[in-house]
Design a protein around this ligand. Sequence first.
Ligand code: SGN
Ligand code: CA
Length: 532
Amino acid sequence: NFKRISLVILPISILNPYSYGQKEQNKSRPNIIHIMTDDHSFQTISAYGHPLSKLAPTPNLDRLANEGMLFQQAFVENSLSTPSRACLMTGLYSHQNGQRQLGAGIDSTKTFFSELLEQAGYQTAVVGKWHMQCEPKGFDYYSVLNDQGDYYNPSFKTKDSHGKYIREEGYATNLITTHSIDFLENRDQNKPFCLLVHHKAPHRNWMPEAKYYDLYENTEFPKPSTFYDDYESRCSAARTQDMTIDKTMTFIYDLKLNELKDTPPYNQGWSDGGLQQAMNQMTPKQREAWDKSYHARNMEFINKMDRLSENEILDWKFQRYLKDYLRCIKSIDDEVGRLLDYLEKENLLDNTIIVYTSDQGFYMGEHGWFDKRFMYEESFRTPLIVGYPKAIKAGTKTEALVQNIDFAPTYLSLAGVEKPSEMSGVSLERLFSGKTPKDWRKDLYYHYYDYPAVHNVRRHDGVRTDRYKLIHFYGKGLMGEDQDINCNELFDLKEDPTELNNLYGKRGYENITKQLQTTLDNYRKNLKVDEF
Ligand code: SGN
Ligand code: CA
């Protein structure tokens, strides 16, 4: 062991100004905590100031933002779970790391930043959702969920469980936090650590924790201004998706009307068995608590359902969706608070960088939708809050364009490890002062590939600058009535922040279109993108 450590430490001590011994060096290298939720929209974090979050505040996330830095233009490269996780681990775009689609692809021969940190003497761990179709790589400790994981009594696989998933009693958000704190309690205190806390919540089907079943029950959440979008002026992709609250969201699985489980046509949805399965997995006590809150209100709606107009039903669906989603967020916020309190108690806050983000954004009814995938703002963007008192002043905000391929380079540079030359992302450390360097990137590249697939979102790539966005939808129509598509959208985000007005091909936009097309062409060429 000694041999391995000394071999690897040598080049680092050359890079590192603190060459006065391993122990001292470990004190100066920061600990890293990367908290990543699943599908958390920036609209539902009060630090971002969206009207929704005023009704459902997130005090602990706000505390992190107030004491640290709020990124107001943070994005993903491919708005989906496993692709986003592959970007995180490798610092590479999807076509470079292989994970283009949800269900397959990761090129596990690519270097994960966790491997480099481990080699550099960090103690590394991942807890919660891993999801990629490869074993966690570069971790001293892991405790990961089976695939998407379950909200109630989920199963975890650890390094010691020999490939077996073992069920644990409790609620996912709490268990993931508890395992994270357990790792910290039992860590080797002579080493810096890097801990990835990957929550399952608030992923579909948004099952809250018992103490919050009744929270927001009397709150009326405002609908976004684009809720009744008719997709006029957009490419056909916006119309042919399958992710509306109106048509796609199901009464049983998504909206928890378990009482309809034997009632056609409500019980014909492909996913509705999912609620049964989740409820069967509850202990009798958990089940009792669930029914105590949900049964009466479910019946109240079911009994009047036939008399309600389509619009009234849609209103009810929206409110039920928002309530359950935001209840899940409340637990996330509590548990981030619990972790922060632990770090404070252990005097770890000063020398730990704490990052809060999501694997992508989510639609809270914008354009009539839930889910993600599109390059439109709500799913392209992701929340990003960074606390790091050593380098970041309290209350800093930045508008710099950043992307999830930047995490790996950031963590490596914080640890004093040189970034492998093939990594596409760049370290965010240069932004911590709050000033954006003149040579910071001026645009971002996006590419979504998961079609044909659930939710029926067409393949597309595109670029975004501070102000404009160009999207190109492409590919053969392979589902239902889908046509082959080759269609562009251009948005002026300053004049049209909700992206309703496609300016592509309109008079007066020739120059900006040309500029953006050149930027897009350059990305495709330089990154060797092989389909578009
Ligand atoms: C599941 C969900 C989808 C969701 C994908 C991807 N269906 O398939 O609604 O888009 O995950 O989500 S469900 O019926 O199983 O809930 S991701 O966050 O993992 O990318
Ligand atoms: Ca996700």
